[in-house]
Design a protein around this ligand. Structure first.
Ligand SMILES: Cc1ncc(COP(=O)(O)O)c(C=O)c1O
Length: 437
């Protein structure tokens, strides 16, 4: 193994050595999976809405440049290494910040808490910090159980809320059964079916947890009236409503929160909890947030303020970075840009569907969060590879593989959308030519 002394961070290892080390010390199965696909897109240099692979699609070939239409599920809403965010982190380090002490109070946590409260709908005004999205979902479920003194939780089939304790319990059996982690009070229902929710809410249910736009489940758009009815049922039965906005929030739909106008502009639903992660710090420093109404705080922390703690959740550095991200992404001009780009992207994707209606069923989405559903999984997966070869990084929905999820960074410009669409178009046409033989 050779380490390039001139390149400390990117390009220090050849792709071959990297794969060998990865297989030996990080994950053999993951390395084999990527090798079996015949390519290893390992991110190298990254900047704005693009990144370069470390080497080519085959060993020894030069790096390829890809438009990042994955955005790591909304981590890179502001593109890679957004200059304002990078500068803020440097300034925060130079200005004296570190992680901070989680047992003590913190200026940065207080400032970010206020900013989040200002952006939240209704009286959601308290925030408990974490590091990852799963941790923040765990927090919301924990707090719901304390408040309601019930154990049950209803979630959507195909939904995804993380791989930690309670979050894992809300997910599909394939992820939790191998770990012998299953409790009958955690139940799943089809997304978008209000009767199923109504039936599932029995006396033992503490909370309903739903992604506002299920991403892993296929970029599903709930029928009009679904979320307002979920709200009504929860109110009626004393059940907490938790919205996971980890992918759909922070302006992704052109509205700051998908649940508050982002699905249907006239539907402004106020849940009891809004959970955020991924893009909270624009991909520079980990942070997740679980925000909720004041009555929940009294029930959880009333007797013991240290009943729930996280050493690295809500670090001073992360909070400072998140404040800068919120400043940028909550600006009405920024949100208007997302709305306009979303309209263009949706229109162009629908044209692709029309042209390839023999293999693509529909395009659905809001703002800059789109799913392209194929009639079968094979065409979806082969199209994905073909589109990646054309220089657009995207992926299939983990729990609905006939659908590709497309989430460009929110800073994408009109000319870039046009270029991305051309490449998607080309990728699908290439696949069809190969299939025809
Ligand atoms: C909607 C949603 N919720 C929760 C999570 C879990 O977040 P994390 O991986 O940071 O724990 C994810 C991760 O992909 C997600 O997409």
């Amino acid at each position: 193994m050779k380490i390039n002394p001139k390149k400390k961070f990117i390009g220090s290892l050849s792709q071959k050595d990297l794969l060998r080390l990865y297989s030996k010390h990080v994950s053999g199965p993951k390395t084999r999976f990527f090798k079996s696909l015949g390519w290893g897109v390992i991110p190298g240099e990254r900047d704005g809405i693009k990144f370069k692979s470390l080497e080519g699609l085959k060993p020894g070939e030069p790096p390829i440049e890809l438009f990042d239409c994955r955005s790591a599920g909304g981590v890179f809403n502001l593109g890679r290494r957004n200059p304002r965010i990078v500068q803020l982190l440097k300034d925060a380090l130079d200005g004296g910040l570190d992680l901070g002490d989680h047992q003590l109070l913190s200026e940065q946590r207080a400032l970010l808490g206020k900013k989040i409260a200002d952006l939240m709908p209704g009286d959601i005004s308290k925030t408990t910090y974490g590091v990852g999205g799963g941790e923040a979902i765990d927090t919301a479920i924990k707090f719901s159980r304390v408040y309601t003194k019930r154990k049950g939780c209803i979630s959507a089939i195909g939904g995804y809320h993380g791989h930690t304790g309670f979050a894992l319990l809300t997910g599909d059996p394939s992820f939790k059964d191998p770990f012998l982690w299953n409790f009958p009070e955690f139940r799943q229902v089809p997304f978008g079916n209000i009767d199923a929710i109504r039936k599932a809410i029995t006396e033992d249910v503490a909370c309903v947890v739903l992604e506002t736009i299920p991403a892993t489940g296929g970029v599903l758009i709930a029928p009009e009236g679904y979320f307002p009815e979920v709200r009504e049922i929860c109110d009626d039965k004393g059940v907490m409503m938790i919205n996971d906005e980890i992918q759909s929030g922070l302006g992704r739909t052109g509205h700051f929160w998908a649940i508050y106008g982002g699905i249907y502009p006239n539907e402004k639903v106020i849940p009891d909890f809004i959970v955020c992660g991924k893009g909270m710090t624009a991909g520079i420093y980990p942070l997740s947030t679980c925000s909720y109404k004041p009555f929940i705080e009294r029930a959880v922390f009333g007797k013991d303020p240290y009943i729930h703690v996280s050493t690295t959740g809500g670090s001073d550095l992360a909070c400072a970075v998140a404040l800068e991200m919120l400043e940028i992404q909550s600006d009405p001009i920024f949100l208007n840009h997302v709305t306009e780009m979303g309209k263009l992207f949706g229109k162009e994707l629908n044209e692709i569907v029309e042209e390839h209606s023999d293999i693509i069923k529909e395009a659905r989405g809001r703002g800059l969060m789109w799913g392209l559903e194929f009639y079968n999984e094979e065409d979806s997966l082969l199209s994905m590879f073909s589109i990646i070869k054309e220089g657009v990084m995207l992926n299939y929905c983990g729990n609905k593989k006939d659908t590709l999820i497309i989430m460009p960074p929110l800073i994408v410009k009109k000319e870039e959308i046009e270029e991305i669409i051309l490449r998607i178009q080309q990728g699908i046409s290439n696949l069809k030519k190969i299939k025809k033989g």
